[in-house]
Write a protein that binds this ligand. Structure first.
Ligand SMILES: [Zn+2]
Length: 447
């Protein structure tokens, strides 16, 4: 039997006139492209030999169809780490166009981390002036070394200063533009200000934020905010207030992952607070801080989202939404949901697109079945899923595209369709390759 790619090719060449097979299988996607990308006959002619010209020329003959469709999940998320590497505003908008084409409706932006602070602040301008820049770190050196053999690993020169500093940030006006662009597709942009850990960039700018006045590393993670200082908690709230004003989303992610609590154990002020409040350990400081930020966000009309690190214990407010990422703590998933937390599922081994793309990972993402690996969990217990890209070793646009595509096609069906079939999906991929070729997307060929 003729392959679909051959069929499409013959169709494009005009060797066959029937659109039946095409429309049964591809109608929604083709319609999307005709409506969205091909504005007139001239545009279509530019596409010369491919099938879109034929479709445009025959548009009057298209059969009338009724499409009945609805998404499986309300939360079809995509997360992008902008702290390790920046992308231009124009490129973010282009990425939003592409993600929207695959029905992603929540864009979670990781706006600060140890490696950089990426969002302008009126109250704390040094966050970007100082915290927005870094000297080359370990991962930058890895990227530079790998770029000798792979040009897509080169640091984006637009974010280099004097060849030794990397950084930049988004102004509030930039971010408003990005938010408005996403909104045209019904896509919501959810900001993340990761606290009280992952704060080195902020501590470099304002050393009083940490216990010792230094930014540095503990046993596993970086020095956190000194949450025992009232002025530090005031800083956090002021920052969240600014972010809340800027982003219309109901949700504000405060991270709360990977906190080096050993630093607090050595801090006289933190120890005094623990004793005064009869805390059982430094971990309680983290819980108290997160609860205080949650209460504050609630008071200004926002819903708090945290990584699952912050929701391990009983007694944490179940109003907090939880992004579940640590699949090595798989046994925590069901209890977190049982305690009433709404959950967004984004586990490391399936939904993190930062790992080297491979056919096996792609297929595993498509076929992921939560009931197999997560006792007590079903899709019904989730708000939805989220694909996450962390950019330690993704320094530019071409490399980012390699990680997003065609993983996102698999993810899109995972969150949209209740009727998934890998062979059928693979049968429909040729059209996506044509689309990505036309869009000059550097999708992974490692499949
Ligand atoms: Zn302290």
């Amino acid at each position: 039997m003729e392959s679909e790619r051959d069929h499409l090719t013959r169709l494009a060449k005009g060797e066959i006139a029937s659109f039946d097979v095409l429309f049964v299988r591809y109608y929604p996607l083709v319609l999307h492209f005709i409506m969205g990308f091909v504005k007139n006959e001239e545009d279509a002619r530019d596409l010369s030999q491919d099938l879109f010209l034929k479709l445009w020329l025959h548009r009057e003959k298209m059969p009338e169809v009724v499409i009945e469709d609805a998404p499986l999940f309300a939360w079809r998320g995509f997360h992008l780490d902008l702290a390790r590497h920046m992308f231009t505003k124009a490129y973010l908008k282009k990425t939003i166009d592409r993600l929207a084409g695959y029905k992603i409706n929540k864009l979670h932006l990781h706006l600060n981390d140890d490696q950089g602070w990426r969002l302008e602040s009126a109250a704390y301008p040094l966050l970007t002036e100082t915290g927005g820049w870094r000297t080359f770190d370990k991962y930058d050196s890895i990227c530079i070394r790998k770029s000798a053999d792979d040009p897509t690993m080169a640091l984006d020169k637009r974010f280099l200063r004097d060849d030794t500093l990397y950084g930049g940030y988004y102004t509030k006006e930039d971010m408003r533009e990005i938010i408005a662009h996403a909104a045209t597709y019904g896509m919501e942009v959810i900001p993340e200000i990761d606290m009280p850990g992952h704060m080195s960039a902020a501590i470099r700018a304002y050393p009083w934020l940490s216990c010792s006045g230094a930014a540095g590393w503990g046993e596993e993670f970086s020095h956190p905010l000194c949450t025992a200082k009232p002025e530090v908690r005031a800083f956090a709230k002021k920052m969240l207030e600014e972010v809340a004003e800027l982003f219309p989303s109901d949700y504000l992610h405060i991270g709360a992952d990977e906190v080096e609590t050993t630093i607090w154990e050595e801090c006289p002020l933190c120890r005094a607070t623990m004793a005064e409040q009869q805390m059982s350990g430094a971990r309680d400081l983290q819980t108290h801080f997160v609860e205080e930020m949650h209460d504050y966000l609630k008071s200004i009309g926002k819903k708090t989202v945290v990584w699952d690190d912050a929701a391990e214990e009983e007694g944490v407010s179940n109003e907090m939404y939880v992004t579940f990422w640590r699949d090595w703590k798989y046994e925590n998933a069901a209890p977190i949901v049982e305690r009433g937390h709404p959950m967004i599922f984004a586990t490391w081994s399936h939904f993190y697109l930062s790992a080297r793309p491979s056919f096996d990972r792609w297929k595993a993402l498509y076929q992921f079945d939560i009931t197999v690996a997560y006792p007590g969990m079903t899709d019904d217990r989730l708000m939805g899923y989220q694909a996450c890209v962390w950019t330690e070793e993704i320094p530019g646009e071409a490399k980012l595209e390699e990680h997003i595509f065609p993983a996102i096609q698999a993810f899109s069906e995972r969150v949209w369709s209740s009727d998934r079939d890998w062979d059928d999906f693979m049968g429909r991929m040729p059209l996506h390759y044509l689309i990505m070729d036309r869009e000059s997307i550097n999708y992974s060929k490692n499949r």
